[in-house]
Write a protein that binds this ligand. Structure first.
Ligand code: AMP
Ligand code: GLY
Length: 423
């Protein structure tokens, strides 16, 4: 079959890498892709939210399956666009309906869903510009730190965690009255702070059945020791060493099953990934967020461990028969470390020549922000290249990732040298 992957990051290069290995895949397209996907698929310069252009490509190239990488097209309804179009409705789209994508598109929607299905999560209330004073009063009832979340998509920047009550109140005001995060913060969720260690679980569901993919932990801050600004993610480890059987059982019974069953019960069309962000508080997992896609860079550590043919899994998602597949997982640990442009996540330059990629032998190079310029690979984004390695445990795997990263060069390249430091 012919397959289209939407997106241009390390996550999408990883999807393309797995899909290209499948015997079920004839032709592979990535839109818009990067220099990494260009080497294994055909890149097409189409934006992930340009639905008419995507439709034209799908019809022209006889594409049978579309794998949606990022959240934006999902929240904008790409799955519904396909389902409602006579020429597109037979095509398998890996990614939920617009309604399902609200689990990521609206923090309030997600909290209401969690409470409706008795899934453990932090206590919360939500507020708008007309109820900002109630919000300030609610803050008075909480203990610091205070967690304020813009309701809508804010490119990963919409969560503020503040120690000081006065600062929390003024930031609440900034978000609601001054629209600090634009339309995304017209509504704000104020949440109880959960104190514990974070992990993520990834589920692939066909709307009825599901498979649980390997766990991962990512490192979001730019600086070592988890300091400085938030980024898209600077590295990831899979599996999470503290996610033992007892914890995974709780996650499955208290979180995954009620989530999938809740979607089905509410008739929410959901064929795709659910990325569940969790905090382990004491011995108990609690949900901090849903994402309706895979994580980046978590995908670069999680998917290489999945031995089952990814296209086969996606086909089972398409015909709602995921209950008939056995998921085969590589027992080794995988780690990925992200190189970024100097200055990221603030302003940075692009177009820097990247060298050393061919010298990497016992690790996998996943391109994120790269492109081909006059035959050479150059930087084209904040996150540039992720290096994934395998070994018996995550410390050995990390050593390999770091040894290989040293072979890479571009001007002002930066990476965190302490991925996994807290484990
Ligand atoms: P989110 O976008 O909801 O994942 O939040 C971004 C980050 O803020 C998370 O990865 C957590 O580190 C942190 N966070 C979010 N909600 C909470 C909470 N209720 N308690 C503690 N930390 C939180
Ligand atoms: N690495 C976090 C995310 O993809 O949202």
């Amino acid at each position: 079959m012919n397959i289209l992957v939407l997106g241009s990051g390390g996550r999408e290069h990883t999807f393309a890498y797995k899909i290209a290995q499948s015997e079920l895949c004839d032709q592979l397209f990535v839109a818009p892709g990067n220099a990494g996907t260009d080497a294994i698929a055909r890149n097409v310069a189409i934006a992930v939210t340009d639905f008419p252009a995507i439709k034209a490509l799908v019809l022209k190239e006889h594409i049978n399956m579309v794998v949606v990488g990022p959240e934006d097209p999902l929240v904008q309804g790409i799955s519904d666009f396909f389902a409602q179009d006579n020429e597109l409705k037979g095509i398998v789209v890996i990614g939920p309906s617009k309604e399902g994508a609200q689990l990521e598109g609206s923090k309030e929607y997600a909290k209401e869903f969690l409470f409706r299905h008795n899934i453990p999560t932090a206590a919360y209330q939500s507020f708008t510009a007309t109820t900002v004073d109630d919000g300030k009063q609610f803050l008075e009832t909480l203990k610091p730190p205070y967690v304020l979340k813009a309701d809508g998509l804010a490119a990963g920047k919409g969560v503020l965690i503040l120690q000081d009550i006065q600062e929390a109140k003024s930031e609440l005001e900034n978000m609601l009255t001054n629209k600090k995060f634009g339309a995304a913060s017209e509504k704000v969720v104020i949440e109880e702070f959960l104190d514990g260690i974070e992990l993520s679980v990834f589920v692939l569901t066909d709307g009825k059945n599901y498979v649980t993919l390997p766990t991962a932990k990512d490192y979001k801050r730019i600086g070592e020791g988890d300091t400085g600004l938030n980024t898209g993610g600077m590295g990831a480890i899979s599996p999470v060493p503290f996610a033992d059987k007892a914890l995974m059982n709780k996650i499955e019974e208290q979180i995954i099953k009620p989530t999938v069953n809740g979607l089905a019960k509410e008739n929410i069309d959901y064929k795709g990934f659910i990325f569940i962000g969790l905090i382990k508080v004491g011995d108990d997992p609690k949900v901090i967020e849903y994402n309706v896609r895979m994580g980046d860079p978590e995908t670069e550590a999680v998917l290489p461990r999945v031995k089952t043919d990814l296209v086969k899994l996606f086909k089972h998602v398409g015909d709602q028969s995921l209950d008939t597949v056995d998921l085969e997982i590589d027992e080794r640990s995988a780690t990925t470390v992200m190189t970024v442009s100097g200055g990221y996540p603030e302003a940075y330059e692009k177009g820097k020549q990247i060298s050393g990629i061919e010298e990497i032998s016992d690790a996998i190079v996943f391109h994120a922000g790269t492109k081909i310029d006059n035959g050479t690979v150059v930087t084209n984004g904040g996150r540039v290249i992720a290096v994934t390695s395998f070994d018996e445990d995550f410390r050995q795997a990390l050593k390999k990732s770091y040894q290989n990263i040293e072979k890479l060069h571009f001007e002002k390249m930066y990476y965190r040298k302490d991925i996994g430091f807290d484990l």
